[in-house]
Structure formats: C-alpha cells, structure tokens
Design a protein around this ligand. Structure first.
Ligand SMILES: [Fe+2]
Length: 340
C-alpha cells in the first residue's frame, strides 16, 4: 500500500539491523569461528544457544548461534527507533493480513518483547524489537574505551554490517517494494534485467545497505545469501583472509572490492554450519536526503558492479557463493516462548 509523505512521517521506523539467529549443526565449531577466530564476545550461553557481539557493540548481541540439525536462519532481527514502534508495526502488519506472533521478553536472551512474522512476499522470518540489555563485558576483556564493549580480539569484528536475502526471482520486486513501503528501507543501488528487478541494496542508516534482497540462483524463497560483519580497516580484510586460510576456513571469494557499495569483501563459510559470512570493511556512506538509487543493468553489474576487483561474484550460472541456506517458518526454533 503506497503512503504519502505525511503518513510516512508518522509511521514507526526501523533504526538498524540488530541481529541474526543462526542454527548450526556443530555449535562448537561455529563458536571456534565466530568467537575464537573472528573475535566476537560470547556474552551469554543459554541452554543450546550462544549470544555474541562485536567489540564495538554495546548491546547484548548481534548474533545468536543455536544447535540445529540443519543450517537454518531462525530470524532476521530489526530494532525500532522507539519502544512504541514495535506494537505499531504489529498493527500495520495485521492490517495487511500478516500473521504476527508476540514474543515474550527473553525469547532471545537480553531482549525485551518482540514480534515475529514472515515477510509476506519472500517468507523470510523477521523479528522486530526495541528493548535490549547493554551488559558490561567481564573485567578481563572490558575496554578502557567506553564506546567499545570489549578489547579488540581475534580478527576484530566490531559489529554486524548487513544481511543479504535471496528469494525466488518472481518475488524480488514485490518483496523489495514491501521492505521500502512497510519497513521504511530506502533503495540505494539496484540491478534490473529486461525490466525485472533482480537485486536491491537498501538501508535505513547512511550505509549503502543494511539489507539486500535478490534472486537466488536456486530460485528458492526465504534463503540467506550471506550475513556480513564489519571490520575497521580495508587491510583487516586481507589479514582475515590470511588468517582464516591458515586455520582451515575455506574461502568462497575474495578478498576483493565491490563496485556496488564500494566495500572490501571476503566471503567464507562458517565451518560449523555452512552459512555464508562476509567479512566487510569500507564502503561509501550516503547523507543526501534525496539520493537517487543507482540502477545497474546486468552487463555492468557482471563487469564491475559486484566485483570491482578480485574474484567475479554470483554469475548467472552460479558459483560457490550462490549456495544459500534456508530460513525457519513462522514458529521460532529458539523455543516455544510465544506469548499469548
Ligand atoms: Fe554483502
């Protein structure tokens, strides 16, 4: 449903992509990757789930790992600008006929009440929340800098950067429009072919993308293409490639630089789960309030859009990078904690 600017001004708003919850068949190996190699802090272990954050994240977590028979995404978690926006989004979703579950505080450790629903077009499971704790790190790893939760460790993941969703090609147009019109993401760059939207990079922050959605090579709905974590410097991506290769982590693509977003990339797979993880640094920022989306044709994207230099990425024929992982349905795998 299209909205006027006046209506948009009164609408609830998403502030950031806050977290992702990943099911892993080998949580010990996943922890070796995210905690020991990438250097994320394990803030809390809660039964079969582990909650982690980067050293520059003050809130409780941006990554949940939980034991699962198969690699699966339980939820893509978005944080609102204000507490009341959570229920306002619930009202809007219900008006659209979207089934909404109310999640009790603690459904994810450290987090307040949340809502959960499936994207009405792509079927990705989203959770929207506002309240989340900001625990201090333990003495041994706490940073002297108050803007850092902990000392930089490992490869120095400082925060979650973005999520990249894949779905069936015929869903991309409607799914992307819904992210813009209902959740308020703004299109920054996009790729179309013969008038069909194939990929879009969108943000609610000055980043080029907090979220991307595109057609998956396998043409299945509700897939994770990759989740990206941010390092401070472009040269850190080279160190990550060097170190991860020496620790037996297979490199899918990179290091290289994107044309779209201009970020440095390195794609690997979590050895415990197979989920695709991008190590990301740099990129340009957008402060222009009437930014016009940069719309690429496929020829330019394949020439220098996806990969400005480095390995070619995601060709139409597919590549190691094209392997996606599925998402949960409406019911969360993190336990039957739905309220009401
Ligand atoms: Fe990415």
């Amino acid at each position: 449903m299209a909205m006027t600017n006046a209506e948009t001004g009164r609408r609830p708003r998403i502030a950031q992509v806050g977290a992702i919850a990943l099911g892993t068949p080998d949580i010990d190996e996943s922890l070796r990757f995210f905690r020991d190699l990438l250097g994320m802090e394990e803030v809390r272990r809660d039964g079969s789930a582990s909650y982690l954050r980067g050293y520059q994240e003050l809130k409780h977590h941006s990554l949940v790992l939980f034991e699962s028979d198969e690699p699966i995404v339980d939820s893509y978690c978005l944080r609102t600008e204000r507490p009341e926006h959570v229920e306002q989004f619930a009202d809007i979703l219900r008006e659209q006929g979207v089934e909404v579950l109310e999640l009790a505080p603690g459904h994810q450790a450290g987090r307040g009440a949340a809502i959960r629903f499936l994207h009405p077009h792509s079927r990705h499971p989203f959770e929207i929340y506002y309240d989340i704790e900001a625990p201090e790190a333990p003495d041994g790893i706490r940073s002297l800098l108050p803007s850092n939760s902990s000392k930089r460790r490992g490869l120095g993941v400082r925060r979650i950067d973005h999520i990249n969703l894949a779905t069936a090609v015929e869903q991309v147009g409607d799914a992307e429009l819904w992210l813009r019109e209902t959740l308020g993401f703004r299109r920054r760059e996009s790729m179309s072919h013969d008038g069909t939207l194939l990929s879009s990079w969108l943000a609610v922050t000055p980043q080029v993308h907090d979220i991307a959605i595109g057609a998956g090579v396998n043409n299945e709905e509700a897939q994770l293409h990759h989740v990206a974590f941010n390092l401070e410097n472009q040269s850190d991506v080279l160190v990550a490639a060097d170190t991860l290769r020496d620790h037996g982590v297979a490199i899918n693509a990179g290091p290289g630089k994107h044309g779209i977003s201009q970020g440095m990339f390195l794609y690997v797979r979590d050895p415990g789960s197979g989920h695709c993880v991008e190590i990301f640094a740099g990129g340009y920022l957008i402060f222009d309030p009437d930014w016009k989306s940069i719309d690429w044709d496929m020829e330019a994207v394949l020439s220098h859009g996806l990969s400005w230099y480095g390995d070619p990425l995601d060709t139409p024929e597919g590549s190691a990078l094209s392997v996606t992982t599925p998402s949960s349905g409406l019911q969360s795998r993190l336990g039957s904690l739905a309220r009401g």
